[in-house]
Write a protein that binds this ligand. Structure first.
Ligand SMILES: [Fe+2]
Length: 403
């Protein structure tokens, strides 16, 4: 999506004869929004319709947890067990009609290829590196990367070493925010990242072997398995605007101000009724009267999910690396007692976090119940004696700047 790319061999014009060893290749236009959105054109050795077997269909199952009371939530995710591969190992934590949010610690290789036929995906790589092998070519990834995979992309993760991801999947498009782009698609000077920070696949590899390969397709709220008699990465060339890419969170240039800057300044992606934001290490507000941490706020038609990636969260009660907080709609949230006062005079924050704000309420799963810290909702409540003790003990160095 970010810019036009071309890989491999292509004919002089689109929709004309293109042959390999005398055989006509199969041209496929992979396009979004009918024929008016972005598209890529791929040239295959085989018809991409060719299937040997339409095998099992497995519907998705979501075990919903409905907490008894409506309050702020904290989930400790650092201890979740590794398991499965980069797709089957995804564990759903929360979702709504616009976005699904999964945790994933894959420990097994993918022995199949995957294609999300009804959603765009963003995989935030908290830990690990490897390669996403795709029909568009090999895409290396590393710690801190957002791996952006448009719908329709056939791929598999080939991880190297320990891995930990947060996965966002949406039936809507996940895009670079419109306000960061000019009418031609170029990133504007005020955008917090530029085209050089966006990494398309490195290398296209064309496979011509005719052995059996399994492709699992996410469709109709389930997974359809197909068996092919050829390798699905049979593309000799492609060009266009639709392909997987990476952007590293450490390449996000934070925007700071004299007084507190609101979350939209941290926006990284736009989705249908949600946004994904990156909170990166940065200088804090510099007005002599500034309060560097946020004011209390009521997100009346929004829910705020934050995943804490790294940094010192010592002054945020109970929060640790891998914590997820959910500040739901309808009730205010803000800094813990005493923290606003303690933050005055701080000049920088070293925290790294990923936030997903949704405009519709998020539903929780049984996994959320297992990871739930029920004391979090009461962490703004203090008895007078406790208040005195906490003001003496708290270390403001790990100020959380993005509540
Ligand atoms: Fe907030």
């Amino acid at each position: 999506m970010p810019t036009y790319q071309r890989f491999g061999r292509l004919p002089r014009k689109r929709h004309i004869q293109f042959r390999e060893n005398g055989t006509l290749l199969t041209e496929e236009v992979m396009g979004l929004e009918g024929f008016v959105g972005n598209e890529s054109i791929l040239y295959h050795l085989h018809s991409p319709c060719r299937v040997k077997e339409i095998a099992d269909f497995e519907p998705l199952e979501r075990a919903e947890w409905t907490p008894e009371g409506h309050g702020h939530r904290h989930f400790r995710t650092i201890g979740i067990e590794p398991g499965g591969d980069a797709v089957t190992g995804r564990k759903l934590l929360m979702w709504n009609q616009d976005v699904e949010i999964y945790l994933c610690r894959p420990s097994e290789p993918m022995n199949f290829f995957y294609r999300n036929g009804e959603g765009d995906e963003v995989v935030f790589v908290h830990e690990g590196k490897g390669t996403v092998e795709s029909i568009f070519g090999d895409l290396p990834y590393r710690e801190g990367d957002y791996v952006v995979v448009p719908r329709g992309t056939t791929y598999r993760f080939v991880p190297e070493g320990e891995q930990r991801y947060v996965v966002f999947s949406s039936p809507g498009l996940i895009e670079i925010p419109r306000r960061y782009r000019n009418e031609y698609g170029q990133l504007l000077e005020h955008a917090p990242y530029y085209h050089r920070d966006i990494h398309p696949p490195l290398e296209l590899k064309t496979h011509s072997d005719r052995s059996e390969h399994v492709v699992k397709l996410r469709i109709k709220d389930g997974h359809q398995t197909y068996v092919l008699d050829y390798h699905p990465f049979d593309v000799v060339g492609w060009d266009g605007y639709v392909y997987p890419w990476t952007f590293n969170i450490n390449d996000f240039e934070p925007i700071t101000g004299r007084i507190h800057m609101p979350p939209p300044t941290h926006q990284t992606f736009q989705g249908r009724n949600f946004v994904i934001c990156s909170f990166c290490p940065r200088k804090l507000d510099f007005d002599p009267l500034a309060i560097p941490i946020p004011y209390h706020h009521s997100n009346l038609n929004s829910e705020e999910m934050i995943y804490y990636v790294s940094g010192n969260f010592g002054s945020r009660k109970g929060i640790e690396v891998g914590s997820v907080t959910l500040h739901p709609s309808g009730i205010p949230h803000g800094p813990h007692p005493g923290l606003a006062e303690k933050s005055i005079g701080l000049t920088e924050t070293h925290e790294l976090a990923v936030m997903c704000d949704t405009f519709h309420p998020l539903r929780l799963t049984e996994l959320a119940r297992e990871l739930d810290d029920p004391s979090y909702a009461y962490s703004w409540y203090e008895e007078p004696a406790e208040k005195a003790a906490s003001s003496a003990d708290e270390d403001p160095a790990g100020v959380t700047s993005h509540l």
